[in-house]
Write a new protein. Structure first.
Ligand code: HAM
Length: 434
């Protein structure tokens, strides 16, 4: 192949030749996106679409210079006017940029947005990790109470429930307020100092740049030090503790299963208070289906009013893979109601007329324009699982009659061509309202 697809990205096709790649079937994506849109509407989240690229500075400021995303994973380039732009690696910063720029707080006191779209991270590709992935994200701006955090955790778990996902783990933690984190970082410095020469090179770099991120390391040589590290829960200010306890109590009230995970810190620097991650035991190393948390300072950092926010994002590839692994059945591909096979020019003109008339009244009709032999056309009709099939040749045109074949029953019925469209419309109506 002279022009292969770049590494770490993939096509989403209406038909996926390899069974193990069935999660890339575009019908599965449409189904998932439909469930998401309905859910978001019911929870009062409205769609926001931001550009695929933003000024690089936006992500540096919000996600954090020392985060993996900003320090190693961004697709950054200069445009022709030498402005530094970056393909968005995540969706929160662009939503907040738009919120601040358009002064959306003046429209309503609480804004709830959702988005679905591609994100770009230059990561080492592997199963569940891509250089272009897709997220469904939701952000609620303007409410600082624990109920808002719980609404978002419930929204995400309800999505997974509606999709039939099982064996999920909801991990919950708090990263407290600025005071909490300052004290916690000091304790981590003392703790990790003694392990420093034995830590992975990534964690050694994190020691001075962003020490809490060591807790996120998966390197085997870091695990002993991480297991022995102090817990942030012992450093919470009274305000941070009260918020966290309220979130825990509310989650129990609404009947959700969750567990506290004191080492959960998340990879983006904008979080404070609640953080959460939902993982699936169906996925391998990349088992995080979705995650999020509160990020109260971000709007002010980006030049807007001092408003609190909380949100999450979930990776659509991983959701579809988990569904596939569980053997979930997706709705079947849409099938034509009638498939016309014209033989010859005159027949083709007639069939074209009927196909168009039926499509104009919302009946899925298909015409075989391949010009292939009748056997091949019939094979296509079978492949598409059409409900009816009609072959039109010179004989049928001459007699004004044709055989309408019902494919499931193999039953054929003689139909007068001048009533064909009317007949199909009546059958279709009977089928959808029996
Ligand atoms: P994140 O944890 O970086 O959070 O990404 C959210 C989800 O996107 C992950 O749980 C994972 O399912 C998926 N994901 C991330 N990177 C990849 C990748 N390379 N390949 C495949 N899937 C991936 C955020 O992006 C935050 N903006 C979430 C948020 C919204 N926090 C507050 N509001």
């Amino acid at each position: 192949m002279e022009y292969p697809i770049p590494k770490g990205v993939f096509d989403i096709l209406p038909e996926e030749p390899q069974k193990e790649d069935a999660w890339r079937n575009s019908n599965h994506w449409q189904y998932l996106e439909g469930v998401i849109r309905e859910l978001a509407r019911e929870y009062g989240y409205r769609e926001i679409r931001t550009p695929i690229f933003e000024r690089t500075e936006l992500f540096v400021r919000s996600v954090g210079e020392s985060s993996d995303i900003v320090s190693k994973e961004m697709y950054t380039f200069n445009d022709k006017a030498e402005r530094s732009l970056t393909l968005r690696p995540e969706g929160t910063a662009p939503v907040i940029r738009s919120f601040v720029e358009k002064q959306l707080h003046t429209q309503r006191p609480v804004q709830k947005f959702f988005y679905i779209g591609p994100m770009f991270r230059y990561e080492r590709p592997q199963a569940g990790r891509y250089r272009q992935h897709h997220q469904f994200g939701a952000e609620a701006i303007g409410v600082c109470s624990a109920e808002q955090d719980v609404e978002l955790i419930d929204l995400l778990t309800e999505l997974y429930r509606r999709l039939g996902l099982k064996n999920l783990k909801v991990a919950l933690n708090t990263v407290g307020d600025a005071n909490t984190r300052a004290q916690y970082r000091e304790a981590l410095q003392t703790h990790f100092q003694q392990y420093l020469p034995r830590l992975s090179s990534d964690s050694q770099a994190r020691f001075s740049r962003n020490i809490m991120r060591i807790l996120d390391s998966k390197a085997p040589e870091d695990q002993e030090a991480i297991a022995a590290a102090p817990s942030i829960l012992d450093f919470l200010s009274s305000e941070a503790r009260a918020h966290f306890e309220k979130v825990c109590a509310l989650l129990t009230t609404i009947g959700l299963d969750w567990e506290v995970s004191p080492r959960l810190v998340r990879g983006l620097d904008y979080y404070n208070h609640t953080v959460f991650e939902i993982s699936s035991s169906q996925l391998g190393a990349q088992n995080a289906l979705g995650g999020g948390g509160r990020y109260d300072g971000l709007i002010a950092t980006l030049g807007g009013p001092d408003l609190p926010s909380v949100g999450f994002a979930t990776g659509l590839e991983r959701v579809l893979q988990a569904m596939e692994k569980q053997g979930m059945q997706f709705p079947p591909d849409p099938r034509p109601f009638i498939y016309f096979i014209p033989l010859g020019d005159r027949a083709r003109e007639e069939c074209m007329k009927w196909t168009t008339a039926l499509r104009h009244v919302h009946i899925p009709a298909e015409i075989d324009l391949s010009g292939k032999k009748i056997q091949t056309c019939l094979q296509t009709a079978n492949l598409l699982h059409t409900v009816f099939c009609l072959v039109l040749g010179e004989d049928e045109l001459r007699s004004g009659q044709a055989q309408l074949k019902e494919m499931d029953t193999h039953h054929s019925k003689q139909i007068a061509l001048d009533d064909l469209v009317g007949h199909i419309i009546r059958s279709y109506q009977r089928k959808i309202t029996p």
